[in-house]
Structure formats: C-alpha cells, structure tokens
Design a protein around this ligand. Structure first.
Ligand code: FES
Length: 71
C-alpha cells in the first residue's frame, strides 16, 4: 500500500526503514521525505510507523541471567 503518494513511499518501505533503525516521524521525513509535499499522508504514515515499531519490538523484556554465560 502506498502511504505517501507525493513521494512514492509504501508501507513496505516504512517497515524497511524501521528495520534499518528509524524510530520517529522526523527520521522518516528525513529519510524518505514522507509528508513534505501536500502533507495529507502524515496521520496515515504516523499510524503505519507506530504499527511497524510495535511489530519490531519484543512484547516481553529480554531477560539476561549472568549464569547463562558460565559454562
Ligand atoms: S501524500 Fe505524502 S506529502 Fe503528499
């Protein structure tokens, strides 16, 4: 699905950006110029970014046990 028509940015491209470390709309704007033309995509892009970030984050904290490295 195309999120930003003006700059041809798809949901897939946003997902890839998140995988590459993008975590905010300002970073997305810098990277792909999302929302920099007509601005109509801003809320949709924000929603897609939020969903991608939620998918990328683990649902539970990663637990580290110091004895796990002891052999
Ligand atoms: S649709 Fe994204 S700036 Fe116009």
């Amino acid at each position: 699905m195309i999120v930003c028509v003006c700059n041809n940015v798809s949901e897939r491209k946003i997902r890839q950006a998140v995988d590459d470390g993008v975590t905010s709309m300002s970073e997305l704007r810098e990277e792909y110029e999302v929302g920099t033309c007509c601005g109509k995509c801003h809320s949709c892009a924000k929603q897609v970014l939020r969903e991608c970030l939620a998918d990328a984050r683990p649902t539970r904290p990663i637990m580290f046990h110091p004895n796990a490295l002891a052999a």
